[in-house]
Design a protein around this ligand. Structure first.
Ligand SMILES: [Zn+2]
Length: 150
């Protein structure tokens, strides 16, 4: 089988950040890299899970909600995939930065975290999600559309 594009990125030189992975028509796939690859330091499952619930809920309640296609964790637990429609790099970056601020300061119940709403409702960590949001907000504070190219 052919090697897919995301496996062609050199993970040994990859830094934390937000990168454009691919464009399919009007859909852009953003790689949100939150941990250094193969550093021994990965998002723990409960942190990742709560961040996903908050990320998806906030994005789908934003002004850009009609342009949000998909949000989900990377299986390697180093970040997230974020798919948007008809958004520029600067717009996707600004939206994600805004989402990070909202997660970092979030108080209350994690959206969709009841037994009826979630497939593993006990595995959540709101404080962990807030911590990684605050960390990533720092990483992206001076990030630009130009830096989003691999
Ligand atoms: Zn869930």
């Amino acid at each position: 089988m052919k090697k897919i594009a995301s496996f062609c990125v050199n993970h040994d030189t990859l830094k934390k950040g937000m990168y454009l992975s691919r464009i399919d028509g009007d859909i852009s796939t953003w790689d949100i890299r939150m941990c250094l690859p193969n550093s021994g330091n990965y998002l723990d499952m409960s942190t990742c899970h709560s961040f996903e619930h908050l990320f998806a809920t906030i994005a789908r309640n934003s002004l850009w909600h009609q342009q949000i296609i998909y949000i989900g964790p990377m299986g390697c637990r180093t970040g997230f995939y974020f798919l948007t429609r008809n958004m520029t790099a600067a717009e996707a970056l600004d939206l994600f930065r805004d989402i990070l601020q909202q997660i970092a300061s979030y108080n209350g119940d994690i959206p969709g975290s009841s037994r009826q709403e979630c497939g593993n409702y006990l595995e959540h960590d709101l404080n962990g999600a807030k911590k990684i949001a605050a960390d990533m907000a720092k990483v992206l504070a001076d990030w630009t559309a130009e830096k989003m190219q691999y």
